[in-house]
Design a protein around this ligand. Structure first.
Ligand code: CA
Length: 604
């Protein structure tokens, strides 16, 4: 016994010596498994938004009550949700991007707050409200990506700035709305501005110093995209030299969008990160011949080097603004009798894609909204969508209105993240149910001005009234187990729990708890404003709580948030959601729920 244990001790020493750069990786990889905390925006690296907590369950969810609440003092759309680290909750706001550290041991009293100084002109270059989707935590720091693209590291105890770095230039329309993701000793952040001709990129900063470790663009030569012409694959084949140039005419790739404003997932076993790229610029497809690689794509990259392992382009040569940035949900389960490491993604284009996340093999692509009509399906051999000619906005021509395209530009689902329960095997999708008219128009590029070139109108599918759905969905078969119709888009991130309760919020402001198996409503409460935030759960002193940010706004409610009144304003969203102002009003508020009474620690 002695000799093996000495060998083990030696191995342990070697690990410790190599451990300094790996510390943060270990820290978060362990912390994300602790259901008592909520340590990253989507709950864990797999982005399942699933909690093992079960104190709140189908039997007692009806007894939920408000435990405490907090006003953020900011009026516009509150996307994302708070983190809970130990006894501290970190709450962010839209522009001006305040961060509050709320002390759970003092009923949410303010331990510190941070308010950056940012130029108000940044607001004018944010396409779809002044949203921010949350902060990241690691190594005693809170990371915030401000609207003006400044990435700051705050001391989690004091709120003092440890370092800051500029990720872009807001005067050119480059902005920050996404939440950062920490992997190992790097904090990863994308960029926003797909409606301003901004070139998308993902950048990794050293968490200790704020120095750039790597940067990978969505378009351009291999040296910029960190694509290997031989080793990087798409649909099982090497992509070839400078694939990020080959899909474009002339220099259009420089205005080619592919911005990376969504979520990033991570698989510690393969050290790969997963995220999506957005629309090619401009929205008028006639101005950018080619397949516009690699906009509208799912990316798998090595977390340490940024090198691309595989890419899958869902909507080549987009004609509808179906950004590919929605979350990548990583699940290990059997597919056709074989255990696979899977990635499931509910795209704006209305298809749910499941791929082998190691190889990038496309396994399933099915519509998750039956209204989707721009394509009949996806060819699993080529990966190409089978387009329907009459819904081609380019085919119908410039200055011609293409009618009744489903989904609308804001997609069958936008950035609002879905949840996955390993107990039911179902995904819970907060969905839009919206169609559009789309008229491409000529547009010239002027730095810092909108680079869109399209007029849109949005409305529910023909013969229907509801703009939203909440869907329990089997991604393997493409079948819905149940769905709840909602009058407006479900623009809040879902939460699934081991108590078999699933939570979501509505744009009128209702926090709803439903039975994961049947969809039966167990509880609903009208919060102070419409909910476009993401619901989370945690424990304090052994008791389970549910937290959500209210504060209506975002693209769907841009009319209310920015005071726009024309039906086609707000990239076409204002008319469809006009009725929302009869239900709710602006204003950021956090609401925390509990089931009063016994702590029931043992039932977890
Ligand atoms: Ca877009």
């Amino acid at each position: 016994m002695r000799i093996p244990s000495m060998i083990q001790a030696g191995a342990a020493i070697a690990l410790v010596m190599a451990a300094t750069p790996a510390f943060a990786r270990e820290e978060l990889t362990t912390m994300q498994k602790d259901p008592n905390q909520w340590v990253m925006p989507l709950g864990n690296y797999s982005s399942t938004r699933y909690s093992e907590l079960a104190q709140i369950n189908t039997a007692n969810a009806k007894d939920l009550k408000v435990a405490w609440s907090f006003s953020t003092g900011v009026l516009r759309g509150h996307e994302g949700g708070p983190l809970v680290i130990g006894n501290m909750m970190y709450v962010h706001t839209p522009f001006p991007n305040k961060v509050f550290a709320l002390d759970l041991s003092r009923n949410g009293a303010i331990a510190w707050q941070y308010e950056p100084k940012q130029d108000n002109k940044t607001i004018a270059v944010m396409c779809c409200d002044t949203v921010n989707r949350g902060v990241a935590y690691a190594d005693g720091k809170v990371f915030l990506h401000q609207a003006d693209t400044t990435l700051v590291a705050l001391d989690a105890k004091t709120g003092k700035v440890v370092w800051s770095a500029k990720n872009g230039d807001a005067t050119k329309g480059e902005t920050g709305t996404a939440a950062p993701t920490v992997v190992g000793n790097k904090v990863l952040i994308g960029n926003s501005g797909g409606e301003f001709g901004v070139r998308g990129m993902m950048t990794a900063y050293d968490i200790a110093t704020g120095k750039v470790a790597w940067r990978a663009y969505s378009s351009g030569p291999d040296s910029d995209t960190l694509i290997d012409p031989v080793k990087t694959t798409s649909m099982g084949k090497a992509v070839g030299k400078d694939s990020g140039l080959a899909g474009w005419k002339g220099d259009q790739w420089k205005l080619g969008g592919g911005t990376t404003w969504g979520w990033t997932s991570y698989d510690p076993a393969t050290n790969l990160i997963y995220y999506g790229s957005g629309n090619p610029g401009a929205w008028n497809p006639a101005q950018r011949p080619g397949n516009n690689r690699w906009s509208m794509s799912i990316w798998a990259r090595d977390a340490d080097t940024g090198k691309a392992k595989w890419i899958y382009q869902m909507t080549p040569h987009d004609e509808w603004d179906y950004d590919g940035v929605n979350e990548m949900i990583l699940v290990d389960k059997a597919f056709k009798g074989k255990d696979r490491k899977l990635l499931t993604h509910f795209d704006r284009n209305g298809f749910s894609y499941t791929l082998d996340r190691v190889s990038g093999e496309l396994l399933v692509a099915e519509k998750y909204d039956p209204a989707v009509n721009w394509a009949t399906g996806v060819d699993l051999k080529t990966g190409l969508p089978q387009r329907v000619a009459k819904y081609s906005t380019e085919g119908n021509g410039e200055d011609v209105v293409t009618k009744d395209v489903c989904p609308a530009a804001l997609g069958s689902k936008d950035q609002q993240p879905a949840a996955y329960s390993p107990k039911t095997g179902l995904f819970y999708i907060p969905a839009n149910h919206v169609c559009m008219d789309y008229e491409p128009t000529k547009v010239a590029y002027v730095a810092g001005s909108p680079y869109v070139g399209a007029n849109l109108s949005m409305y529910p599918p023909k013969g229907e009234q509801n703009l939203g759905r909440f869907v329990a969905y089997d991604a393997m078969t493409g079948k819905a187990a149940w769905e709840i119709k909602e009058p407006f888009s479900v623009w809040s991130g879902a939460l699934a729990t081991a108590g078999d309760v699933v939570f979501y919020g509505t744009m009128e402001g209702y926090l709803k708890a439903v039975d994961a198996k049947s969809g039966k409503e167990l509880y609903s409460f009208k919060t102070p404003s419409g909910i476009i935030g993401n619901i989370n759960t945690y424990t304090y002193q052994g008791k389970q709580y549910i937290a959500v940010l209210s504060g209506v706004g975002g693209w769907a409610a841009i009319g209310m948030a920015a005071g726009l009144t024309g039906d086609q304003d707000g990239l076409g969203a204002v008319g469809a959601y006009r009725g929302l102002s009869q239900y709710t009003n602006l204003g950021g508020a956090l609401t925390v729920f509990e089931v009063p009474g016994g702590t029931a620690v043992a039932s977890r």
